[in-house]
Ligand binder design. Sequence first.
Ligand SMILES: Nc1ncnc2c1ncn2[C@@H]1O[C@H](COP(=O)(O)OP(=O)(O)OP(=O)(O)O)[C@@H](O)[C@H]1O
Ligand SMILES: [Mg+2]
Length: 582
Amino acid sequence: MSLKLNPQFRWFARQLRPLIRAHLLSVSLIVLSSLMFLLDPLIIKWLIDRILPRKDTHLLLLAASGFFLIYTARLGFSGLGALIYSRTMQNLVFRIRLGILEQMNRLSADYHETTPTGQKLYRMQQDIDQVAELGSSLVPYALQATFTTIFVLGTMSVLDFRLTCMVLPLIPVFFVFQRHFEALLRAASDDAQQQSSLESNFLQDHLASIIQIQLLHQEHNQTRAFMERGSAKLRAINHRSLIEILFSTSYMSVIALGTIAILGFGGYQVFAGALTIGGLVAFYSYMARLFDPLHAAVEIYSRLNRLKTSIRRILEVIEMTPSVTEKPTALHLPSPTRGYVEMRGVSFSYSGRQPVLQGFDLKLEAGIKVGLVGVSGSGKSTVAKLMARLYDVDSGAVYIDGIDIRELRLGCLRTKLCYVMQDAVLFDRTLKENVLLGNPSATMKDLRHAIEIADLEELLQRLPKVWDSPLGPRGSALSGGERQRVALARAVVQNPSLLLLDESTSALDAPSERRVLTNLAQHFRNQTMVFISHRISSLNWVDRIVVVNRGVIEEQGTHPQLISNGGLYAHLHNTPTVAADR
Ligand SMILES: Nc1ncnc2c1ncn2[C@@H]1O[C@H](COP(=O)(O)OP(=O)(O)OP(=O)(O)O)[C@@H](O)[C@H]1O
Ligand SMILES: [Mg+2]
């Protein structure tokens, strides 16, 4: 097991290294305070055996002051230790969380498009909390357990060796009890944890889509589904409580056995004069304390197991290599970037699926305005994703200004290229902050110009706090068309050399769409633009239309050429639904 644990502990040690001084200080203080706790029975022994029989007030005062001092020092040490410990731990949580966030940022679209957000959140929250808490408490726990066992057994042997020998057989009995219950308890806790995570996943999903649920009249079914999950969780938690209570009762029974032995044989030793009354009292106190470290030893074992599981889950993410990477020798695009794009012999499939593009060739001259059309699922968004290098091609290459995009710095590529995705994403921030994401150094003049191009002036006047109005979670305070136009305004301030608009005006009425597209085409006169759209009538003005079908280019040309060709484009154009758009 230890060999398997090594990489996990090495990783954990690396995380802890920068905080090691504070950690060691807190551990020393905590261990010291717990050791001082062990001095109490000796003071009581001294009080009973020496001070009380002599009725010596001075010594009594001395004992009381000693007790007070030890007590105060202990509280001080443990308080300070706990404070430093908690800060170190929070620092550790922060560092690990930051590391995972950075790794999530590095990971490519293939991971993010296939991993549920709930699963990512679990890694970022529960797993990290567990790792920090379990990992950093292991050392103080182990030290405390070791020192306490040595001290308690040593002192007990000095007080009365024969009595100590009587207690010793209880230790294996205790371990057997512990191990037995430990396995049961772990299974019960795992089950309870699993049931609570199922319940919280369900709630997360439910709360995120509650309006859709109301529209589908599914409230009743959802409540029933929640009740099923809720009662499964309740059963699991009740079972865990039962095991915990059985365990603590058995644990107390073992201690009671030891206590009976001590009181019986120890009392006899006092009669025989082999042990003082104070010695018996001290022995009795140590007896109870002997089981604390034993209990801790089993707890350490179980913590190690839980820690290992959480670290393994974190390492799965940390050690994942992004499928889209930047070479150390990556280049910048020449400035000014012309925006000449070429896809040469590109084949691509999403992992393990059928090919989406096969031998795809496309040339976009700098500054051209191109429409990309085709039936749903034909691969239009995939073409845009490959240009933005969200995915890497399986074979062939994508070039911008003659440079294979795999040779470019990702940051540079994504500054010069702007891909406004099909589901434009806005953030729960203000309008201004959302637009500024395109270019944080944009001036107020740039912002106003962008709003004008995106035809959003009216919205701006209507918003209560104008630029500082919050847009709600995922921009939910706006209409679908307004959200799309904010995303376009963001693209305008970014001022890219290549702009890919994926259904970016699909929620607008036809006249508004035409206005926005005309504004954009004028503003980006010299830049290359790709418009992906189902509303074919909105694209009859572009320089060239490319028709994609089943991952290949079926035909391309100007609107009149394609209409006269009588191919797929003419068919799409002449279908009644499209005609209704015009
Ligand atoms: N992340 C993904 N994982 C697996 N398959 C995917 C993924 N994204 C798209 N696909 C599949 O790839 C094919 C092409 O999808 P793409 O999104 O490029 O189509 P599209 O032409 O943009 O369609 P639409 O007009 O409906 O937006 C589809 O069959 C789709 O199911
Ligand atoms: Mg699409």
